[in-house]
Design a protein around this ligand. Sequence first.
Ligand SMILES: Cc1cc2nc3c(=O)[nH]c(=O)nc-3n(C[C@H](O)[C@H](O)[C@H](O)COP(=O)(O)O)c2cc1C
Length: 158
Amino acid sequence: MPVKLTIYVGTMTGTAELVAQEIEDWLTGEGGEAEIVLMDDLDHASFSEEGPYLICTSTYGQGDVPDNAQSLFDALSDQRPDLAHIRYGLIGLGDSTYQQTFCYGGKRFDALLEELGARRVGTSFYHDASSGEMPEDEALEWFKAWLPSLLDERREAA
Ligand SMILES: Cc1cc2nc3c(=O)[nH]c(=O)nc-3n(C[C@H](O)[C@H](O)[C@H](O)COP(=O)(O)O)c2cc1C
């Protein structure tokens, strides 16, 4: 499968990283490639490659991005790079007991990337920790259904 995906992970306790690893394992088994990068050291220039990117992030505080995603989020907000060349998918992790801010970490990234001109492929996946569903299982099912949309987009762009 001709896909080389970069997965940017925002996490506090490792769930989002586990989700990314599950996707990487499956994609590698299908002949694709994925590189998992924790968001810690990323900055406004981290979207200079064409991608595609998958943003996989949880939510903390009062609807904030996790600590390891904050400097990337701030750098993008302040520097406002033009991301018109970027295609991305989005996985947000949260808990619906936080009714007012459910999955806001992912939703904030989604809104910011769109503001900067990047285009999201397909619908996002939001995992609810209160649902009883395993995030890595649900996210992988979503990913398998999402991937054809990414491949279609690339065919149209070619
Ligand atoms: C202190 C704390 C605050 C949280 N705040 C929110 C929130 O505002 N909205 C939300 O949807 N989930 C919130 N969550 C739930 C986490 O985002 C969720 O458990 C997620 O799966 C954790 O993923 P991680 O291990 O990758 O960080 C919070 C969890 C904790 C422990």
